[in-house]
Ligand binder design. Sequence first.
Ligand SMILES: Nc1ncnc2c1ncn2[C@@H]1O[C@H](COP(=O)(O)OP(=O)(O)O)[C@@H](O)[C@H]1O
Ligand SMILES: [Mg+2]
Length: 236
Amino acid sequence: MRLELREVVKRYRSGTETIRAVDRVSLTVAPGELVALYGPSGSGKTTLLLTAGAMLRPDSGAVLADDRVISALPESKAAAFRRDNIGFVLQSFHLMDSATIADNAAIKLVLAGMPPRRARRLVRPWLERLGLGERHAATPARLSTGERQRVAIARALANDPKILLADEPTGSLDADRSRDVLRLLRDLTRERALPAIVVTHDPEAAEVADRTLVLRDGRLTDAGTLPRPVGSGTGP
Ligand SMILES: Nc1ncnc2c1ncn2[C@@H]1O[C@H](COP(=O)(O)OP(=O)(O)O)[C@@H](O)[C@H]1O
Ligand SMILES: [Mg+2]
């Protein structure tokens, strides 16, 4: 799939003030392309991602998946589109603490009508790729934050998404795990020809990304001012 944002504007009103969280952003992400999106806190990264994934409706502009306008769908159709097409790794994981890790990862499949046993079987390889295979029957209460984050990633991938959107997916992971997860996302993006946007503070993400963009005050700039990761950019 190809994901396209055309002149997207998203405002929030608080009291008498209006914030342009996303300010005329145009961006096309090709099938198989992974875009790393950097930007200071409050620059609109999460809002951009939610708008790209049809969770928020833009005030103006449009979001297209292939040539279908997904930003103007009524909520019921937008929900179905998200369920069938979008893998979201949200900043807050919202795991169900009383369900097992496998059931958490399988929730979208079960909600879409798949028998739970089959859904658990399907998510097992994802849990294994994310280093959680041994713990599939545990509940999230016993997991570290990094492990919870990986369950959320497995959940995002379980419905075989056509578009991947991840909001700081490695924010709670140590450096090694973070590199593994970024490479997994990159490999998956290529294997399945998904467009992917990964919001991150991780300099490592620039290394695996096909393209790096920076958001400032809701506006997209190129990566000209991106700080170089330590130890790179000094070679011959
Ligand atoms: N639900 C909301 N209501 C009002 N303002 C919001 C809301 N969500 C975000 N904002 C504001 O929009 C701007 C962009 O926020 P956000 O997209 O969360 O940025 P980032 O993810 O880069 O930190 C910030 O000024 C933030 O305070
Ligand atoms: Mg954010």
